[in-house]
Design a protein around this ligand. Structure first.
Ligand code: SAM
Length: 272
């Protein structure tokens, strides 16, 4: 990840008011391709992406904008990603030192997700830590692995056999790099969606989004063994009841949940 081609895209939007920033960022960051934002002089808003949003979406904001390759991506990375403590974990980029006493996870920040900064990732890490204090799953499936952060966390907590899957090629190549950075060798990485996975798992992790979770309820049920666990995130508190009802109808028992800044992470059990 050092060539010019790996640099994020930069979109400069001119004449933006302070009160417009939140709306613009929300509108233009529909998926994991968004990295971060910056404010420049004279009302310029700089947005950084690993994958550009569609042209029509950019044009729809009705503002003057320019697309370029970010000239100083490495310095910006270094300023932006300083590492984050989540429960017993310290998630850090390679240029930050590890912290004594914490379980170290090294993530090269190559996509907008999975650096440990988002509440859904944090909820997942905290729930994994809590569950693994009580039970020792042998086989774990990480659906939507992104940077591989959750698979790496499980490996570091002693899970012997992990499968990690993502439909996005950028994500799987970043995950591959991160597995190497963490010297993790027991994760099987698959490019694809859960339909492609066979077998049964003691624990499934799925930090995806509300609709993808709904779409995959049957797959998740098929893949988690009877009595096995499922940890889900990627949805908001306002959708919790609706979503958990659907999982209940499919044969899951919700055990507990936590909410970080409106983002929910829930632990369920396959009740059979
Ligand atoms: C919110 S990110 C989570 C990344 C990481 N697991 C974490 O907790 O930070 C969701 C990931 O799920 C992937 N994804 C979305 N839908 C998927 C699907 N149907 N099958 C596999 N991966 C999917 C996306 O490409 C993205 O990398």
């Amino acid at each position: 990840m050092t060539g010019k081609e790996d640099r994020p895209w930069q979109i400069t939007i001119r004449n933006t008011g302070e009160d417009e920033i939140e709306e613009l960022v929300e509108k233009l960051s529909p998926d994991a391709g968004w990295a971060y934002q910056e404010r420049e002089n004279e009302g310029e808003l700089l947005l950084y992406y690993y994958r550009l949003p569609p042209d029509e979406l950019l044009k729809s904001i009705g503002k003057e904008f320019e697309v370029s390759k970010s000239p100083s991506w490495e310095e910006k990375f270094r300023e932006t990603f300083r590492g984050v403590e989540v429960g017993r974990f310290f998630v850090r980029p390679p240029w930050i030192e590890e912290k004594k006493g914490l379980t170290d996870i090294v993530i090269y920040p190559a996509s907008g997700f999975g650096t440990g900064e988002h509440e859904t990732t944090q909820g997942m890490l905290l729930m994994i830590e809590k569950l693994l204090n009580k039970t020792k799953p042998r086989k774990v499936l990480d659906v939507g692995t992104g940077s591989g952060i959750l698979a790496i966390a499980c490996s570091k907590l002693g899970v012997p056999e992990i499968t990690a899957i993502d439909k996005d090629e950028l994500a799987t190549s970043n995950a591959k790099e991160n597995l190497k950075l963490n010297s993790v060798h027991n994760v099987r990485l698959i490019l694809g969606t859960p339909e492609a996975v066979k077998g049964e798992f003691d624990l499934i992790l799925a930090n995806i989004d509300f609709f993808t979770l709904v779409e995959n309820i049957k797959n998740l049920k098929r893949l988690v063994r009877k009595g096995g666990y499922l940890i889900i995130s990627g949805f908001l508190e306002e959708d919790r009841e609706t979503l958990l009802d659907m999982f209940k109808r499919a044969g899951f028992k919700p055990l507990e949940h936590m909410c970080l800044n409106q983002w929910v992470c829930a632990l369920l059990r396959n009740a059979g």
